[in-house]
Design a binder for this molecule. Structure first.
Ligand code: SAH
Ligand code: ZN
Ligand code: ZN
Ligand code: ZN
Ligand code: ZN
Length: 463
């Protein structure tokens, strides 16, 4: 058994724990990308091990990197399993058949023909999520379709396609215009001319649709697992890519496209912007992003003076410690990224929606100018823009709020905590008033020993 639901705890759960929650606690631990890993339709599978009480136990196994719901991809194989020739052949056949009906190249050709059609003949099949050429109407006659697909619609595929809403595997949360525009303005103000958009189709399309304007010089390459986008972009604008195993579905040619894009000519600076699914495995993402960083680094022989590829990683604030574990040079910005269709929204006191999603970046925080008209202000001590509610704590000597509300300092915890928390002498940390105490006399939740709680359990190994 294994495979299903490998997400490291639901994003919501992580929020109200005393310390950072680790995926090792009685779940599955990711061991990574093994060189000889078998492949599913989503590229090389990842190696996992079942853990219980923080210890590795049982057999290691491979499972799909992209799909955390077995309904989406049920690939599973024990690491030490002997797979028969027949099964290998069947698997190869299955992987081949699973590929989309049109190749990217074919889709590019189809698009060229599609834009030549008069408006009255431009149809989009909503069931197949596909632009239709007149010869194909018949096949789709009992499907719902949209007619008169305008050039504006073609330039905004994220509005034409329905967002994939499978919670575990591919929840597509699209930027609200305000946030998308903010990101683009910021990128331009920082002097970047190229954006590697990894799982940010809406940012990509905003850039693409402005690309025809005369004085707009920013270019973007979209890397995304959602192949529907190949209908709207050429092979120089979109690569079918899996960010959990750094897999280019288009093979070496697609990899080369990405490499070329990262190559900076005439000092055109590159930034990578990514907004991965939140249920995702942070270490798998980090490992892929590091490979993209290496790709960037290798594009210039001088090696960019030991710099890192600039990056915006958009992710909920409660993953801060996880991200910093892999990218110590990153810091979290207070800017709240807003979405059109986000389940994690809460309504704040002000009536404005509060988003838990932030920008993590390796750029100098003081350079990330946040909109003053939205209440952000510059803290001269911290040298960064902070939320209006984020007060500078004299004891911590930092603006400590993570969620935008004013946090309060707890002298016993020696840190600032959420306003709704109180110090619990039982747990020896701050928690919600009605929390269930992790009974200290019963010992640690993970290993059963007394003297510490699960958040500080020594048996939870750091990777
Ligand atoms: N806010 C972004 C969309 C983020 S939703 C925007 O508006 O542009 C997450 C994105 O990651 C989706 O586009 C989804 O298709 C993509 N994605 C999900 N799983 C992926 C994977 N394994 N590899 C690459 N992209 C993936
Ligand atoms: Zn798969
Ligand atoms: Zn401050
Ligand atoms: Zn404090
Ligand atoms: Zn406390």
């Amino acid at each position: 058994e294994g495979g299903g639901n490998m997400a490291a705890g639901g994003a919501g759960e992580a929020e109200d724990l005393c310390g950072p929650e680790r995926p090792g606690a009685g779940g599955l631990t990711l061991l990574g990308l093994a060189p000889s890993a078998p492949s599913c339709p989503h590229g090389p599978a990842l190696l996992f091990v079942k853990t219980s009480q923080g210890k590795e136990e049982g057999r290691r196994f491979y499972a799909c990197s992209a799909c955390r719901d077995r309904k989406d991809c049920n690939f599973f194989q024990w690491e030490d399993e002997k797979v028969s020739e027949t099964r290998l052949a069947a698997r190869e056949e299955y992987n081949k058949n699973y590929q989309p009906s049109f190749t990217h190249r074919q889709n590019v050709e189809r698009y060229k023909n599609f834009v030549l059609l008069p408006l009255s003949k431009r149809r989009f099949c909503q069931e197949c999520q596909q632009l239709l050429l007149p010869a194909e109407w018949e096949e789709h006659s009992d499907h719902q379709f949209l007619c008169d697909i305008s050039t504006a619609q073609l330039k905004s595929p994220s509005r034409l396609l329905y967002p994939l809403e499978n919670k575990k595997t591919n929840a597509q949360y699209l930027f609200a215009d305000r946030s998308c525009q903010f990101l683009l303005d910021l990128i331009i103000d920082l002097g970047f001319r190229r954006v590697l958009s990894v799982g940010t189709p809406r940012l990509h399309e905003m850039i693409q649709s402005k690309a025809s304007q005369e004085d707009f010089r920013v270019r973007s390459l979209l890397l995304d697992i959602d192949f529907r986008y190949s209908q709207f972009y050429t092979e120089d604008e979109f690569c079918h890519y899996n960010m959990f195993n750094h897999y280019f579905f288009g093979g070496e040619a697609a990899r080369e496209t990405c490499r070329k894009f990262l190559y900076q000519d005439n000092g055109e600076r590159v930034i990578m912007v990514t907004d991965p699914p939140f249920g995702g495995l942070v270490e798998a993402l980090a490992s892929s992003f590091k490979k993209l960083m290496v790709m960037w680094k290798e594009t210039e022989k001088e090696g960019h003076n030991n710099q890192e590829m600039p990056m915006f990683w958009i992710f909920p604030y409660f993953f801060e410690s996880r991200i910093l574990e892999f990218f110590p040079s990153f810091s979290m910005m207070d800017y709240q990224v807003d979405y059109d269709n986000h389940a994690l929204y809460k309504h704040g006191k002000t009536g404005r929606r509060q988003s838990p999603v932030r920008i993590f970046t390796n750029l100098t925080p003081s350079m990330i100018v946040l909109p003053v008209e939205e209440g952000y202000r510059f803290c001269t001590v911290c040298q960064r823009y902070v939320s209006s509610g984020n007060q500078h704590c004299e004891i911590c000597d930092s603006c400590t709020s993570k969620d935008g509300r004013r946090w309060k300092h707890c002298v016993l915890c020696k840190k600032c905590v959420k306003p709704s928390w109180f110090h619990c002498n039982n747990c020896n940390c701050c928690a919600l008033q009605n929390h269930a105490c992790e009974k200290t006399d019963a010992g640690c939740f993970v290993c059963g020993k007394a003297g510490h709680k699960r958040s500080t359990c020594p048996s939870l190994s750091h990777t």
